[in-house]
Each structure stands twice: as C-alpha cells, then as structure tokens.
Design a protein around this ligand. Structure first.
Ligand code: APR
Ligand code: PHB
Length: 397
C-alpha cells in the first residue's frame, strides 16, 4: 500500500523498516503532525504473516493507546495478572497484580502489526512495500536522503532525519559508522523451537518451566490459540520435529501434573530460532538514528524484544517532536544514552531469566545448585518476587 500513483519525494522522517518499531514510530509522529515515509523491503502479506512475540508491557499498551491504535487490543487482548516459574515440576506463581499492581497484555505482535498498518492506510502514512536496495545518504549533514528501488525504478526520498527500524539484518546499522566497534554480544548454546496451534491454552497464564530435558514455555495468543516453545540444540532442524514429537516433549517438560492439560493440534507454524544478547551502543550518527532490533537483540525469555522497540521509538519520537516543535535538540543529542539506560536493564533481565530457567550444556552440579538456590530464594522472598515482577511488566521509560 502506498500513495496511489505517487511515491513521496520529500518527507521529514524517512523510516527504514515496517516492523513494530517503524510502524509505531510513524504513528507517534503522525499524531503530532510530523510527516514520515516507511520503506519496507517485504510485502505487506509477508510482514503481517510473521509469527513473533505476544506479551505487552503496560508502556507498550499505553503507546498504542496514545496513537489511537488500541481498540482491537482492548477488545481481544488478554490481561494477565501473573505467570508461573516451574522447576522440575514445582511451580511458583509470580503474582504481578499483588506485587506491582500492574498486569501485562497478551496480544500477538502480528495483530499489532496489522493494527498499525491499518492505521497507516487510514491516515495516509506512506508505507512503501517491496522497497528494495535501500541506501542511506548524507546523514552526516542536514539534508540526508534515501535511495531505493521500487518496481524496477530507482527513487530518491529527501528527508530531515533517517530512522533505522530495519531489524537485526537491516541496512541501517550496517551503514552506521563504527557500529561494529560499539557492539556487545553474548551467544547462547541453544535455541528455541516454537509451535503455534489453534488449541486452547493449557493454563490461564504463562508457564516458564526448567526441566532436566530443557526449558519449555507455555504461552498463548487468545483463548483458542496457543504458542509453545522448547529449548533445543542450535543444530536441530525443524523438519526433524513432527508435531507429535513437539507435543510429546512439551508434555514431559511442562510437568507430570499439568501435562494432561495440554491440548494437541496441528501446527499453524513451527520454527527454530537461535538465542543471543546483543547491543550496539552507538544508536545515532548525524541525522541517522537506529531503534528496535536494529540496535539490540534479547533472548526471548524475558519477553522484551517488542517492548524495547516500543521504548526506543518513544524516546526517538519525543526527541523529534521537541526538535520540530521547540527547536530543542537535547532529546536527539541524548537519545542513545537515554535508550541504552533502559536497554541494558532489559538485557540483564532477559539474561537472568534465561540463566534461571534453561539447562546449559556442560552444566555442573554447582551450576544447577545455584538455579535451585535462586528459585528457593525467590519463592521465600516477596522482595525477590517483586524485583522479577517490576522487570516483567516493564521498567519506567
Ligand atoms: N530495507 C527495508 N526494510 C528492511 C530492510 C531493508 N534493507 N531490512 C529489513 N527490513 C525490514 C524487515 O522486513 C522488517 O519488516 O525491517 C523490518 C524490521 O522489523 P523487525 O525485525 O520486526 O524489528 P523491529 O521493528 O525492531 O521489532 C522488534 O519485533 O520482530 C520482533 O524480535 C523482534 O520483538 C522484536 C521486535
Ligand atoms: C510468546 O508468546 O511468543 C512469548 C511469551 C513470553 C516470552 C517469549 C515469547 O517470554
């Protein structure tokens, strides 16, 4: 979907990438009257069809409400007041509602993408799909531009700023000078195999399970659609995992007392993804700014990827609005430091939740004793549970 018979030639903010970061940024700018154009490499169908996360922090929920794109979420989303940590079948509920008086919203990232794309269409935000070979130019100066190919024709988009929201494999971070020198990374020795199926969830809340055969997560998208994950070796191939083999493993890892609650069904989607922690500590250069997965990656154990993209673009939008509305450059100048402050806390939480719930290869008896002691302490300490809860619902922006 683009403006019929017209490819924009000039805009205030050129956004590279039509995932949640780019789409959310576009609408945060739109409601303030700041023009933007989104250049998305894929088709709309492909972008909407990607199966991604589903736990929204209250900060992300508030952003969707701020841009007036929350009606379907408020109708179809599920408010969760807690989640369970299970270790060798012993369960501990972290009661978010009692501990921090806040819930999380279960609403698929796919749905958020659809809602934001519909908003772009309704509001006339130019969203150019199949924008190929994007190249960023002159962002060192005050008149950057973006070149891209569309339907075999090379186009030029002049702008004031470029927002790189094009994910971990995009062109923006790859173009950012010295980005590699500012990268910090940790690669985990396992991946997650995920399955999506139209079966009722096994529980009314999420269950994170540490089992001797490996981690498992029981999640959901609605009262009729479930999302499950199992830890697997990074060398595993999804074609070696029949649906039945996945369901068998989930029943084992999610505990004898609860396995009977799992409803099996055909997979709508199943895939294996590696886990890593990654931060590019350089998030801007001149008029180029990067946000979301373009700047950082978290292991999904803390459900932070989507929510960090939301806080990044909230900071970037605030900075751009201040620039245009009040000639105030402080937000733009301080964007990286402000974003990194929240990013690193989310990276820590995601790493800690992974350490607590997964069986690492070559794990020693001492390592396992540390996991058990950690969970024993959390079980006995309201303060420890509150610390988990306030990170899970999302630290303040
Ligand atoms: N040109 C144009 N678009 C591009 C390019 C490019 N060179 N490279 C990538 N893209 C597009 C991708 O097709 C994708 O639609 O940029 C978008 C990036 O979206 P995401 O990868 O979803 O990243 P982000 O918007 O930061 O969202 C982060 O969503 O995907 C999850 O795990 C992710 O939870 C995290 C959150
Ligand atoms: C998901 O539903 O996809 C999901 C939920 C919680 C997580 C990770 C993924 O921590």
């Amino acid at each position: 979907m683009t403006i019929p018979n017209e490819t924009p030639k000039k805009t205030q903010v050129a956004i590279i990438g039509g995932g949640v970061a780019g789409l959310m940024l576009s609408q945060l700018l739109h409601v303030e009257g700041i023009s933007c154009v989104i250049l998305e490499r894929q088709t709309r169908a492909y972008t909407e069809g990607r199966i991604r996360a589903g736990v929204l922090e209250f900060g992300t929920v508030n952003l969707l409400r701020r841009v007036g794109v929350s009606e379907r979420m408020d109708k179809q989303g599920l408010r969760h007041e807690g989640f369970a940590l299970m270790d060798d079948g012993e369960s501990l509920r972290i009661c978010l509602h009692d501990l921090v008086d806040t819930d999380v919203m279960i609403y698929g990232q796919t749905e958020i993408t659809i809602d934001l794309m519909d908003a772009c269409e309704a509001r006339g935000t130019p969203l150019v799909f199949e924008a190929r070979d994007v190249v960023l130019h002159d962002f060192d100066g005050d008149a950057p531009y973006v070149a891209y190919m569309k339907d075999g024709v090379t186009h030029r988009l002049d702008c004031d700023f470029i927002a790189g929201c094009d994910g971990a494999h995009g062109v923006s971070r790859a173009t950012l000078p010295d980005a590699a020198a500012h990268a910090v990374e940790k690669v985990y020795p396992f991946g997650w195999l995920g399955i999506l199926s139209d079966v009722p969830p096994m529980d009314h809340e999420l269950i994170y399970s540490n089992h001797e055969r490996g981690f498992a997560l029981a999640s959901q998208r609605s009262l009729t659609r479930s999302r499950y994950y199992i830890q697997c070796d990074v060398t595993e191939k999804i074609e070696d995992w029949s649906d039945d083999r996945i369901w068998d493993e989930l029943e084992i890892r999610l505990g004898d007392t609860t396995a009977h609650r799992i409803t099996r069904g055909p997979s709508l989607e199943k895939s294996i993804a590696p886990l890593r922690s990654y931060v590019c500590e350089k998030m801007q250069h001149g008029r180029l700014f990067i946000a979301g997965d373009a700047a950082h990656i978290v292991p999904p154990t803390g459900a932070k990827g989507l929510n960090l993209a939301a806080s990044d673009v909230s900071y970037l939008a605030d900075a751009l609005i201040a620039h245009y509305k009040g000639a105030d450059e402080s937000g733009l100048n301080g964007y990286t430091d402000r974003a990194l402050n929240r990013i690193w806390k989310a990276e820590r939480f995601s790493w800690a939740m992974t350490q607590l719930t997964h069986r690492f290869p070559n794990m020693t008896t001492f390592d396992r004793k540390m996991q058990k002691a950690d969970l024993s302490y959390i079980r006995a300490s309201e303060a420890a549970q509150k610390a988990i809860a306030e990170n899970y619902i999302g630290l303040p922006y």
